[in-house]
Design a protein around this ligand. Structure first.
Ligand SMILES: [Zn+2]
Length: 353
């Protein structure tokens, strides 16, 4: 199944829907302003030259990677990143940010599309450069995903802003605007994030594939990649511990050795990749589809690729058809409801049913 490659309208936005061309232009100007305007923040950390260089290498490799999954790449340079020192934020702001994340999600980073920026709360090299690079690529996957915005109404709870402009007659016009689609993410009028778990699982799984393909080539990350490889080479993983590309979900491995009165002690710390339950849910779904359509696919990874192409091209049609053929006419709608903004534990329960 061939998917069309989306073309970028402005910044990271692929498609804008509006009732008039003047309204459409006002929405485009809004995103262009945020995409091209450097912003500073009082709690911002300085970006090191090493961070800027690593980002540049990632962007070079990301272009072909995104295009291979049917996306259209847009470069987000260092000026699109805000490295925020969380401790320096005022208390109300800290609380507001904590409330905007599900409680079990580690406060690490987010891609904020309305301002066309990636915000991270960890510093580069703070504890692990590899961990930072993984977070950075995960947010870049969200930024590269297909994004469609459109004219909304004041009453629509999904409206995030009203854009003002003066029309030809000199009257002020207000255009309410909302997101229609972001990757797999679609919000219903109750502001439930349908397909949330699939969208996060795909961002993290694409990051895993990018990590294994490119991170070993970056000298900044090489020492940590070598430690991780030494560790994973010693383990016989079962199929259940590997993703559909045959990769284990271990993000970082670190060894600590210290001296105590009676001799040396050592400790190995292994950090798992994020969104464990959404990833397990996605894998379970893919294997179920594969089992029922073995004549159509050579391996489960082909189905993952189709799911990833949906996130990056915005074209839902091939997956809608596949899921309806697997789980019946209501299958796609049920999947959206089942994977909305639930806590990670609830997703595990749904899967176990
Ligand atoms: Zn994410």
């Amino acid at each position: 199944m061939e998917l069309k490659t989306p073309s970028q309208e402005v910044g990271t936005i692929h498609e804008i829907r509006a009732q008039t061309s003047a309204n459409r232009e006002a929405i485009a100007d809004y995103f262009l302003y945020h995409f091209t305007t450097p912003e500073t923040h009082p709690a911002e950390r300085e970006k090191s030259a090493e961070f800027v260089e690593l980002l540049s290498k990632i962007n070079t490799d990301l272009k072909g990677f995104i295009e291979s999954y049917g996306g259209s790449f847009v470069e987000l340079g260092a000026d699109r990143f805000l490295l925020i020192d969380f401790d320096k934020l005022p208390d109300e702001k800290k609380q507001e940010i904590r409330n905007s994340f599900p409680p079990e999600v580690d406060l690490v980073a987010c891609y904020v599309s309305p301002v066309q920026k990636i915000v991270t709360f960890r510093d580069y090299g703070q504890d692990s450069k590899l961990r930072f690079a993984i977070t950075l690529v995960h947010e870049l996957m969200h930024a590269q995903a297909f994004q469609k915005v459109g004219q909304s109404t004041r009453e629509d709870p999904r409206t995030f802003n009203e854009i003002l402009y003066d029309n030809e007659a000199g009257q002020e016009v207000a255009v309410p605007v909302r997101y229609i689609q972001h990757g797999w993410g679609v919000q219903n009028r109750a502001r439930e994030d349908l397909f949330w778990a699939i969208d996060e699982a795909i961002a993290e799984e694409l990051t895993t594939r990018f990590d294994h393909q490119f991170f070993g080539n970056y000298p900044e990350l090489a020492p940590e990649i070598a430690v991780r490889k030494d560790f994973t080479d010693c383990i016989e993983f079962t199929d259940a511990q590997l993703n559909t590309a045959g990769l284990p979900s271990i993000a970082t491995v670190s060894f600590n050795r210290w001296q105590e009165d009676d001799g040396y002690r050592s400790e190995v710390t292994v950090e798992e990749r994020s969104y464990k339950n959404p990833r397990a849910f996605l894998k379970h779904l893919i294997l179920d589809i594969f089992e029922k359509h073995q004549e159509q696919f050579r391996e489960p990874e082909e189905i993952f690729t189709l799911f990833a192409k949906t996130a990056l091209s915005g074209d839902f049609r091939p997956v809608v058809e596949l899921i309806r053929n697997t789980h019946g006419p209501d299958g796609f709608k049920r999947l959206g409801e089942q994977t909305n903004n639930l806590m990670e534990d609830s997703i595990e329960e749904d899967k176990a049913e």
